[in-house]
Design a protein around this ligand. Structure first.
Ligand code: ATP
Ligand code: MG
Length: 638
């Protein structure tokens, strides 16, 4: 793109000494200086010869009389050869100067010859360069033509010249145009002809423009857009030129070759802010905005972490995830698109900033990463379970009782579920025991002859035995913690466990003692029922106040339905990574207006490669290449 490649710099250097009048003048002035110096050298040579002869005769005489010895120890030493005399030094300096200027002149002449200008291109060394200008645009300009131009597989640079205009002169010019158009239309009517509809259309457009100018709703800019195509041969340049003009014609943009003056056109494409060919047009603010490919400001937060490179301009995207209105993040993408890898990269880079990451890991994908950093893995299996009765930090007993009621609703048959009785038993249990457990709860249910006692027994002694009945408390000690649920094979097991773990983490972040990012992989599993959805919504809504962010990682955004309120979870995140999407998801994103995406972005989403994402932060969008460093590969790809 507008990148300053090595070649480009090379052109620039050549241009600085190019075959412009400036260079020619310089060569002439050098020629003048050189000939003056040569004359001076000649004059000096003649003068010096006379002086040399005179002094040497004097010395010869002195020597023959024995007044001077050739023996250095005898006093004055005069060598026998010709003397090197001071006036010769001056001459030598002039000669040196002549030599320097001559080589400078030679270099200039050589450079002048390195650029050859033809009608439709220039040749710089071995490279053929052709400059086109944007001559026409569609009536309604969207971002897509410019994206198309950026993604053409051609070796091209794009240059913009944008200059503001004064409102007053624009208004005057528009009014003049309006009276011409109206006079033309009236003339037709006078002659008994029908109204010219094209004229009417133009009159209405000019009227709108005048209105916008009067009310200061629009500004106008003089804009030129040039493309500089490069090729190795003339055939190639013709071919590239054809591709450029035809492809852009498809999106109603006309690109023409600037003929007779390619050198000036070339100069106008260089980053020296000189538009020598002035192939410009007058555009409104909105049209100028759409003509610029820079959809986003650059992401360069000083306290940020590296997320990847912008695919548009290659710049690094460094973002402080805690700087936006909230630190919640969505990571969406089809299976294998790179969601978990993206999350792992964020975790490892947050760690460098001293931010704690807590991961709910249904598939055991994060354990290698956590081990690599010496973090803490809490595994859920019959042998190392979780005491569901442990009250999470900063959580009231009542609130935990309500969490437990939701948890038990997964295991108690609906016909046997008695909310009031369950509540009563749990309240009693916490009153009587400092540290309740599943076993004590089962005993309490038994004594109360609760209808759901058999369901609790299954939980305690059946295939799930051990998972929720561990009596040890969980202690979070590390800056990177993973709750590994991979040994809970079915969703029936995973979902209630995910819910309990999330509620534990929810309590943990209540402590507000540090910044934390909570990663929930396969987060759609938390959308199991009304209660879990309500919990999840509350978690994301309140995270910011508790110095935390929630990262929802999932395949299908459409799982977050509007009807049950889950869509709020998506819209509660200021940051989203949208990786490759299925067409059904795109339909949902468009229909439900989940993210405000342009037509071009919607078209691009299904074609993204692994690790490519549309990154959205507040209102900024950028296409991102997410990649691990070599040192990160071993733990992000496992
Ligand atoms: N940024 C990346 N750069 C290079 N390769 C990547 C990148 N992201 C993912 N991959 C490759 O793709 C594979 C799948 O990635 P990942 O596990 O992140 O997919 P996923 O979207 O989480 O899939 P699933 O929905 O099945 O969990 C990785 O093992 C890795 O080989
Ligand atoms: Mg994954």
């Amino acid at each position: 793109m507008i990148s300053t490649t090595k070649k480009f710099t090379h052109y620039l250097q050549q241009l600085r000494t190019k075959a412009s009048t400036r260079s020619q003048n310089k060569i002439h002035s050098l020629q003048g200086q050189i000939s003056q110096l040569r004359n001076k050298v000649q004059e000096l040579s003649l003068e010096n010869k006379v002086k040399d002869r005179r002094i040497n005769t004097l010395f010869d005489k002195a020597r023959s009389k024995g007044e001077l010895s050739s023996n250095p120890t005898a006093g004055v030493s005069v060598p026998n050869q010709k003397l090197s005399l001071p006036w010769n030094k001056e001459k030598r300096e002039f000669e040196k100067l002549v030599k320097e200027l001559t080589s400078k002149q030679d270099a200039l002449i050589k450079n002048v010859e390195a650029i050859k200008e033809e009608d439709r291109c220039i040749q710089v060394g071995d490279t053929i360069v052709r400059t086109h200008y944007l001559a026409d645009l569609p009536n309604v300009l969207t971002l897509s033509p410019i994206h198309k131009l950026l993604h053409l597989p051609l070796p091209l640079n794009i240059t913009y010249h944008i200059q503001g205009t004064s409102r007053g002169s624009m208004l005057e010019a528009s009014k003049r145009r309006l009276s011409v158009l109206e006079a033309e239309q009236n003339e037709r009517i006078k002659k008994g002809k029908n109204r010219d509809l094209d004229l009417d259309k133009e009159i209405s457009e000019v009227n709108t423009l005048i209105n916008d100018l009067v009310y200061d709703q629009e500004r106008n800019f003089i804009v030129s857009l040039y493309t500089q195509l490069r090729a190795e041969s003339k055939l190639d340049i013709i071919d590239y030129s054809k591709t450029l003009t035809q492809e852009m014609k498809d999106v109603e943009c006309t690109f023409n070759t600037h003929t007779f003056g390619q050198l000036d056109a070339f100069t106008s494409t260089l980053p020296i802010a000189k538009d020598l060919i002035k192939r410009n047009m007058l555009l409104h603010t909105q049209a100028v905005v759409n003509l610029l490919p820079f959809l986003s400001k650059s992401f360069n937060d000083e306290e940020g972490i590296l997320l990847g490179n912008s695919r548009i301009n290659g710049t690094l995207v460094l973002v402080d995830l805690f700087k936006a209105r909230n630190a919640n993040i969505n990571i969406f993408g089809t299976s294998g698109s790179g969601k978990s890898v993206t999350a792992k990269l964020i975790i490892s880079r947050l760690l460098l900033r001293g931010i704690q990451s807590i991961v709910i890991d249904p598939e055991g994908e994060y354990t290698a990463l956590v081990d690599a950093f010496g973090g803490q893995v809490v595994r859920f299996s019959p042998s190392s379970g979780f005491n569901i009765f442990q009250i999470p930090p900063s959580t009231s007993v009542n609130s935990h009782i309500s969490t437990l009621k939701t948890f038990f609703s997964f295991y108690i048959q609906p016909s046997r579920y008695d909310s009031a009785l369950l509540d009563k038993i749990l309240v009693e249990l916490y009153k009587q025991h400092h540290k309740p457990s599943l076993k004590l709860f089962y005993q309490a249910c038994s004594s109360a002859r609760a209808p759901f006692v058999q369901d609790i027994e299954t939980l305690l002694n059946g295939s799930l035995s051990g998972i929720f009945s561990n009596e040890d408390d969980i202690l979070i000690e590390s800056d990177i913690v993973c709750f590994d649920l991979s040994q809970l094979i079915t969703d029936e097991l995973k979902i209630p466990a995910m819910f309990m773990v999330s509620s534990f983490i929810n309590g943990l972040i209540n402590t507000r003692d540090k910044r934390r990012m909570i990663f929930i992989d396969e987060a759609h599993k938390l959308l199991a029922n009304k209660e879990t959805i309500a919990f999840y919504i509350d978690l994301v809504k309140t995270a910011r106040k508790r110095k935390a962010g929630v990262v929802s990682i999932t395949q299908n955004p459409e799982d977050y339905r509007e009807e049950n309120g889950a869509k709020t979870i998506l819209t509660q995140a200021e940051t989203s990574f949208i990786l490759k999407q299925a067409y059904s998801s795109i339909q949902y994103i468009t229909d439900k207006k989940v993210f405000p995406l342009t037509q071009q972005e919607l078209q691009e989403l299904p074609t993204l490669g692994i690790g490519e994402a549309l990154f959205i932060r507040e209102k900024e969008h950028v296409l991102l290449d997410i990649y691990p460093f070599e040192s990160e590969e071993e733990f992000v790809f496992t």
